[in-house]
Design a protein around this ligand. Structure first.
Ligand SMILES: CSCCC(=O)C(=O)COP(=O)(O)O
Ligand code: MG
Length: 228
């Protein structure tokens, strides 16, 4: 049990709120399958230029070349801004057409409601774009959960393994880092958050990869987070 005396819970998505398998076996394949057609429809858009920068080139000569770059970046599970924005745009179509519905762990809706009742702010920090995060929480198997959330952060704030990103989030929240509890499945992200001064907890969820030795308290269920 974690007794938290602060003001805001900051949550990662993959491996914390949602099973790793859902993101990797449903959402990523959906983006991969529709990338080519999406790139062709949005040829010339800023997201394609950003994608080219992510891929280390000035510009793509053809949509086929851009699609190949998407596949290569996705093979490496690259958490880069252009790819994440493009994925978000593709998922938007899936969510709106009812082909995608976010799978989240059973304890999440009740915990979000309880924390909000108790006066805690709840924000998300994920590599997925803010646009994708909003869609993800608006279309869950448990309904629209966005009413519980007070803010969203993605890689445009900074990489998730750098302390400066967490300092920037705290500043954006108008809070000191120690007033924020960050929950993630990755020790590297938690180390960065702790280096910025945040309180941390490792989410141990079914299907997560084993975590190397670390010094963060572990939780298996969000009911293990209680107000001090
Ligand atoms: C909006 S759900 C998709 C999440 C995503 O694209 C991703 O890479 C997962 O990263 P996280 O930081 O949530 O572990
Ligand atoms: Mg994660």
């Amino acid at each position: 049990m974690i007794r938290f005396g602060g003001n805001l819970v900051l949550l990662d998505i993959e491996g914390t709120v949602s099973p790793l398998a859902f993101v990797h076996d449903v959402m990523f394949p959906y983006a991969r399958k529709h990338a080519g057609a999406h790139i062709e429809r949005h040829w010339g858009a800023e997201v394609i230029s950003q994608l080219a920068r992510d891929a280390g080139t000035e510009a793509f000569a053809t949509a086929t070349e851009a699609e190949a770059a998407v596949h290569e970046l996705m093979d490496a599970d690259a958490k880069v801004t252009g790819l994440k924005q493009l994925q978000g745009m593709i998922w938007e179509e899936g969510f709106r057409q009812g082909e995608l519905r976010s799978r989240i762990f059973e304890d999440v809706p009740a915990a979000l409601a309880r924390w909000r009742r108790e006066g805690l702010g709840i924000r998300i920090y994920s590599s997925g774009s803010v646009h994708a995060q909003r869609l993800f929480f608006a279309h869950t198997e448990h309904g629209d959960l966005t009413t519980h959330l007070s803010g969203y952060h993605d890689t445009t704030t900074g990489p998730k393994r750098e302390a400066a990103s967490y300092a920037a989030i705290a500043a954006d929240c108008g809070l000191r880092p120690e007033q924020i509890l960050f929950v993630s499945d990755l020790a590297e992200e938690l180390n960065a958050a702790r280096n910025a001064g945040m309180v941390t907890a490792l989410a141990v969820r079914p299907g997560n990869k084993p975590t190397p030795p670390h010094e963060h308290p572990s939780i298996h269920h969000f009911s293990e987070i209680a107000l001090a």
